[in-house]
Design a protein around this ligand. Structure first.
Ligand code: FEO
Length: 176
């Protein structure tokens, strides 16, 4: 069934928001690289890659439902963050905002009795729990270590191990 206009508009807005998220994390990653915090730069770079896959999942869904993706401008982001805590605290706040946006689309889908969209959105509802947890956990660790340079280097090492995995697609399903 063709997607209705209200849901198409909301998902198109979300594609833009996910691309903005990728941009936001890329800006943070670049700043960490400049600060010689390569592990944090890696973690944020992987996060930017994940956000791209979120945008693509919504994009494919619009096309699968015979909708029309629109591509408005993506807002600019800061690349002048002062400290890791400032970045990760902003990331956590951003993820809470994204959760609200996803919940809002769920509300629209249920009001429109569009169960296919509601079902697709379940994946994002679950994903947002992880997105909030991940950014909150790093934020809390940064608060704990305070001014400790050793603590910062240890956390940086821990975050260097994150690797990118596209978990938006069932294994073996070809990309368009
Ligand atoms: Fe795609 Fe971080 O939410």
């Amino acid at each position: 069934m063709k997607i209705n206009k209200k849901i198409e508009d909301a998902i198109n807005k979300q594609i833009n928001a996910e691309l903005y998220s990728a941009y936001l994390y890329l800006g943070m990653s670049s700043r960490c690289t400049e600060m010689n915090l390569k592990g944090m730069a890696n973690w944020l770079y992987v996060q930017a890659q994940e956000e791209m896959t979120h945008a693509m999942k919504f994009y494919r869904f619009v096309l699968d439902r015979a909708g029309h993706p629109v591509m408005p401008a993506i807002d600019g982001v800061s690349t002048d963050w002062k400290a890791p805590l400032e970045m990760f605290a902003a990331a956590y706040e951003h993820e809470k905002k994204v959760t609200g946006m996803i919940n809002n689309i769920v509300d629209i889908a249920l009001a429109e009795r569009d169960h296919a969209t509601a079902s697709m959105l379940n994946w994002f509802v679950d994903e947002q729990v992880e997105e909030e947890n991940n950014t909150s956990e790093v934020t809390e660790k940064l608060k704990l270590l305070g001014e400790s340079k050793d603590g910062l280097l240890m956390l940086d090492k821990e975050l260097s191990t994150r690797v990118f995995v596209d978990n938006t697609q069932p294994a073996g399903k070809p990309q368009p």
